[in-house]
Design a protein around this ligand. Structure first.
Ligand SMILES: C[S@@+](CC[C@H](N)C(=O)[O-])C[C@H]1O[C@@H](n2cnc3c(N)ncnc32)[C@H](O)[C@@H]1O
Length: 361
C-alpha cells in the first residue's frame, strides 16, 4: 500500500501514464547500431526500414519499456518511450523553444501547481505549453496566446502528438496578448503568467489586470538589455513586487571509471528569467517607495535596441515555416491513425471477451 492507501499497482482512471508494456499508438525511441536514434509511432503492420534490415512494430508491441528488440538483420535496438525532454528537443519547431533546463526553472520559480489557471504567451512551438500542461494536471487550465497562426498550428500538432489527444485543459487564442487577454479572462482570475516573447514589457499592464493578488508573472528573455527593460517596467508600474532575475546553466559531466570531469561542451546561454508577484490593489511596499524612479529609464530612441534584428532574433522564413507546419501535421496525422488503430484493437478485444462470456484466464 502507498501512503494514501491506494494499492501500489493502481492506475489513474484515465490511464495516461506513459508506462507499462508498449501499445499500438505509443511513440518509441529506438537506439540502434552505433547509437543512431529513430523515433516511431507503433502501428498495425508498421515497419522501420534501415540499411541494417527491417524492424516490425509487432515485435515491439507488448514488450516492457526499456526492452531490446532485434530486426531482420539481427541488429539490436534499445526501445524506450521518449521522455518529455526528448520529445521537445526533437519535435518540429516554428519558433525557438524553451529548453528543458529553463522549463524546469519556470515551473519552480513561477510556482506552477496542479489546478492552477495559467496564461502563456507566445505559444511558439508549444514546448513550454507541454511542461505547463503536465504541471497543472487535469484540474488546471492553460490559456496560450500566439499572434502567428502558423506557429499556433505547429504547437497544437506537437501537443496533440505528445499527449495522444488534444488536452481538455488547454485553449489556444490566436492574436496578440495585449488585445486578447482582457476579453479572454476575467480580471484577477489568473494565478500565473508566463511570457516568452521579444517585448514582454508591452504586456505587463494587461497581465497586472488579469493576475490575482499574489499571482506570479515570469518572463523568459534572451538578452541582458531585454532583462533590464522588463525589470524597469515592472518597477515603474508600482503593481508588482521587486523583480528577481536569474539564469540557469547546466553543465553535464562525463563519469566513467577514473575519468570524472565536466563535459567539454555545454549550452552556455539560452535566456534569463525574471519573476515578480502581483501586489494587492493599492498596496505600496516600503522598498518600492524608496526606489521610485525619478525619470523614465528609456527614451523613444532606445526602442530601436529592442527590435528583433538588434537583439539577434533570427526570423524563420515563410518557406521554412510552411515546411515545419507540414512536418508537425504529418506527425499528428500519424499519431491519430495509430490511436484510432489502438482504440479499434481495444474494442475488438473487449468484443471478443464479451462474446466469450467475459471469462478471463
Ligand atoms: C520564442 S517563441 C515562444 C516559444 C515557446 N515558449 C516554446 O517553448 O515553444 C515567441 C513567440 O511569441 C509570439 N509573440 C510575440 N509577441 C506576442 C504577443 N504580444 N502576443 C502573442 N504572441 C506573441 C511570437 O509570435 C513567437 O511565436
Amino acid at each position: 500500500m502507498t501512503t494514501d492507501q491506494q494499492p501500489a499497482d493502481s492506475q489513474p482512471a484515465d490511464d495516461l501514464r506513459p508506462s507499462g508494456p508498449f501499445r499500438l499508438g505509443d511513440r518509441v525511441q529506438l537506439t540502434g547500431p552505433k547509437g543512431r536514434m529513430h523515433t516511431v509511432t507503433l502501428r498495425e503492420n508498421g515497419e522501420l526500414h534501415t540499411h541494417h534490415g527491417v524492424l516490425k512494430h509487432e515485435n515491439i508491441v507488448g514488450q516492457p519499456d526499456g526492452s531490446v528488440v532485434t530486426n531482420s538483420g539481427g541488429h539490436e535496438y534499445l526501445a524506450l518511450r521518449p521522455l518529455l525532454r526528448d520529445f521537445v528537443m526533437s519535435m518540429p519547431r516554428g519558433a525557438a523553444i524553451v529548453y528543458p533546463k529553463d522549463a524546469a526553472q519556470i515551473l519552480a520559480q513561477a510556482d506552477i501547481f496542479p489546478g492552477a489557471t495559467v496564461v502563456e504567451a507566445g505559444v511558439g512551438s508549444g514546448a513550454l505549453s507541454l511542461w505547463l500542461l503536465r504541471a497543472i494536471g487535469p484540474a488546471g487550465r492553460l490559456v496560450s496566446f500566439e499572434r502567428r497562426e502558423e506557429f499556433a498550428q505547429v504547437a497544437e500538432a506537437n501537443v496533440e502528438t505528445f499527449f495522444g489527444e488534444y488536452p481538455t485543459t488547454w485553449s489556444v487564442v490566436v492574436g496578440d496578448l495585449v488585445a486578447e487577454l482582457p476579453t479572454a479572462l476575467a480580471p484577477a482570475s489568473v494565478d500565473r503568467v508566463v511570457l516568452d516573447m521579444l517585448a514582454p514589457w508591452e504586456c505587463l499592464d494587461v497581465v497586472a489586470d488579469a493576475l490575482t493578488p499574489g499571482g506570479v508573472v515570469i518572463c523568459y528573455v534572451a538578452t541582458a538589455t531585454q532583462l533590464s527593460r522588463v525589470a524597469e517596467y515592472l518597477r515603474g508600474t508600482g503593481l508588482y513586487t521587486e523583480p528577481e532575475a536569474s539564469e540557469t546553466m547546466v553543465r553535464g559531466w562525463h563519469v566513467e571509471g577514473l575519468a570524472v570531469r565536466p563535459d567539454h561542451r555545454m549550452v552556455a546561454h539560452t535566456g534569463f528569467l525574471i519573476t515578480a508577484r502581483r501586489l494587492a490593489p493599492g498596496a505600496v511596499p516600503p522598498d518600492v517607495r524608496k526606489r521610485a524612479l525619478k525619470k523614465p529609464s528609456y527614451a523613444d530612441d532606445d526602442v530601436e535596441a529592442w527590435t528583433p534584428g538588434a537583439v539577434g532574433d533570427r526570423q524563420i522564413t515563410d518557406k521554412n515555416l510552411r515546411k515545419r507546419v507540414r512536418e508537425a501535421q504529418r506527425a499528428v496525422d500519424g499519431a491519430r491513425i495509430a490511436s484510432r488503430a489502438a482504440t479499434d484493437d481495444a474494442d475488438d478485444a473487449a468484443g471478443a471477451q464479451a462474446g466469450s462470456g467475459g471469462v478471463v484466464d
